[in-house]
Design a protein around this ligand. Structure first.
Ligand SMILES: *Cc1c(COP(=O)(O)O)cnc(C)c1O
Length: 318
């Protein structure tokens, strides 16, 4: 089967984004023998999403690039797209609903994006994105379900294998599946015997439920420490559902307590604060659901409010 994103696409993405994103380090976990941490939470903007957003922006033909890009995301994708657009010297518009808290609005503005506030729901913010695309010729850069975005995230797979050519398995946080699709496409092409495992939280794992059902389904969104893993896969999913179905060997779900314990563990061994979404792979190892030996756990992001992280370190969950 030919997948919508190939090793060649990922290699092209790597060449395109080189110099625009950091190559992040790998660290052998001193307490879990054989486990290696890919420290992508140290990426510029605090998460891997800069890779996909930068590749998407730099892949646009000049006349479309000149008009700018648009998204409705306030999270790591919104930050990444704002940063990538500013670096390319073009406009980024972020459409938000009136419900988005002022600190998040300010954070998007600080990254140089133009904020447009409309309506009372994420759906209305999405409708404004569609309007901006139709009326102003802006290009929407989606958070995961897009070939250029997936290819950009896949550059992480090349980096991991560059440092460790044939790991036994790679544990990747899983939400919409852009990260898992890209990393798995690279890893399976170069090291077919490496197991690719997606890890999500028990509370609201949309891709896990979709893979089990055999088609994209919606699940209730619940509060979770892994807030960057919330949200659906899209009932009209174009590429990431099929790629995850073809490339993932397993999906593991972890509890809130397991995520909190993993955040404390990662802090103890690296000194870094990571967000809940980034800790799910280590959570699976600590909980005994994945072996440590020969395993790479991808730490996907570090964007967590200091007060929230301090509460986790104190032993709380949220
Ligand atoms: C977006 C995100 C994920 C999940 O990525 P998908 O491509 O949606 O599966 C994981 N961790 C962090 C920190 C993220 O921002």
């Amino acid at each position: 089967m030919t997948l919508p994103v190939t090793l060649d696409d990922i290699r092209a993405a790597e060449a395109r984004i080189r110099g625009h994103v950091r190559r992040t380090p790998m660290l052998a976990d001193p307490r879990l023998s054989g486990l290696v941490l890919k420290m992508e939470h140290r990426q510029e903007t605090g998460a891997f999403k800069l890779r996909g957003a930068t590749n998407a922006v730099l892949s646009l033909p000049p006349e479309r690039l000149a008009r700018g890009v648009v998204t409705a995301s306030t999270g790591n994708h919104g930050r990444a797209l704002a940063h990538a657009a500013r670096a390319a010297g073009v406009r980024a518009v972020v459409c938000l609903s009136r419900l988005v808290p002022p600190n998040k609005v300010a954070a998007v503005r600080e990254l140089g994006a133009e904020v447009r506030i409309t309506g009372d729901s994420q759906d209305e913010a999405m409708a404004e994105v569609a309007r901006a695309v139709a009326a102003e010729g802006l290009t929407e850069v989606p958070p995961f379900d897009d070939p250029a975005v997936v290819a950009g995230q896949g550059t992480l797979g090349l980096e991991i294998l560059g440092d460790l050519p044939a790991p036994r398995q790679v544990l990747v946080p899983l939400s919409g599946g852009g990260l898992a699709s890209g990393v798995a496409a690279a890893v399976k092409a170069l090291s077919p015997q490496t197991r690719m495992v997606g890890v999500s939280m028990e509370r609201g794992a949309a891709m896990a439920a979709s893979l089990a059902a055999g088609h994209p389904v919606t699940v209730a969104e619940l509060p979770t420490l892994a807030d960057s893993l919330g949200g659906g896969v899209g009932l009209e999913n174009r590429i990431t559902f099929a790629m995850c179905r073809a490339l993932l060997d397993e999906v593991i779900l972890v509890s809130e307590d397991e995520i909190a314990a993993a955040m404390r563990h990662i802090h103890a061994v690296t000194g870094d604060a990571v967000e809940g979404a980034a800790a799910v792979g280590v959570a699976a190892v600590l909980a005994g659901r994945a072996p440590a030996a020969g395993t790479v756990a991808l730490l996907s992001g570090g964007n967590i409010a200091p007060e929230a992280f301090a509460r986790i370190l104190d032993g709380g969950r949220a």
